[in-house]
Design a protein around this ligand. Structure first.
Ligand SMILES: [Fe+2]
Length: 167
């Protein structure tokens, strides 16, 4: 293809990474995206519905956590697009791709903390597994992103675990 300036451009269709390697990384990232989205929604709903003497602390802490997760969802989805693949974006797809369980049941405050702790640990495992996939394909930007996600989930898990610990 020739541009207006007459420069020859190669019309390369995405994906740019080796197709099958990119697909493996995009699939792994899609699991991380689904876990992150489900955990985002659950954390936001717990922010709305938490009750009890720890209300103020938990209401605020859940808000910080869902804001962090919401920003992460965008970064993960856009990495999938950068690799040249379609980012999942429906509840049906997220339900199929996530390792987390939805939580329709109303829980008390400590039940919410325990559930979010378990979900951050699960999402950290999903991110760790995706990180291993990214390493085998030498995809440094994805490795970087997943390293940050891993650290965020481990930090959130530590904070939630601390709330449940005996003094
Ligand atoms: Fe709010």
């Amino acid at each position: 293809m020739s541009t207006a300036l007459g420069i020859e451009m190669k019309t390369t269709a995405l994906p740019r990474v080796e197709d099958k390697d990119g697909q493996r990384v995009a699939d792994a990232l899609s699991n991380v995206l689904a876990d992150t989205f489900v955990l985002y929604l659950k954390t936001h709903s717990f922010h709305w519905n938490v009750t009890g003497p720890m209300f103020q602390t938990l209401h605020q802490m859940f808000e910080e956590q869902y804001n962090e997760l919401w920003l992460a969802v965008d970064v993960i989805a856009e990495r999938i697009r950068s690799l040249g693949f379609i980012a999942p974006g429906s509840y049906e797809e997220f339900n199929r791709l996530t390792y987390l369980q939805e939580s329709p049941v109303a829980r008390n405050a400590s039940g919410m903390i325990a559930e979010l702790l378990r979900d951050h640990e699960t999402t950290a495992r999903t991110a760790r597994s995706a990180l291993a996939t990214a390493r085998t394909t030498v995809d440094a930007p994805t490795e970087d992103l997943l390293t940050q996600r891993l650290a965020a989930h481990e930090k959130a898990a530590w904070m939630l675990r601390s709330l449940l610990a005996e003094e």
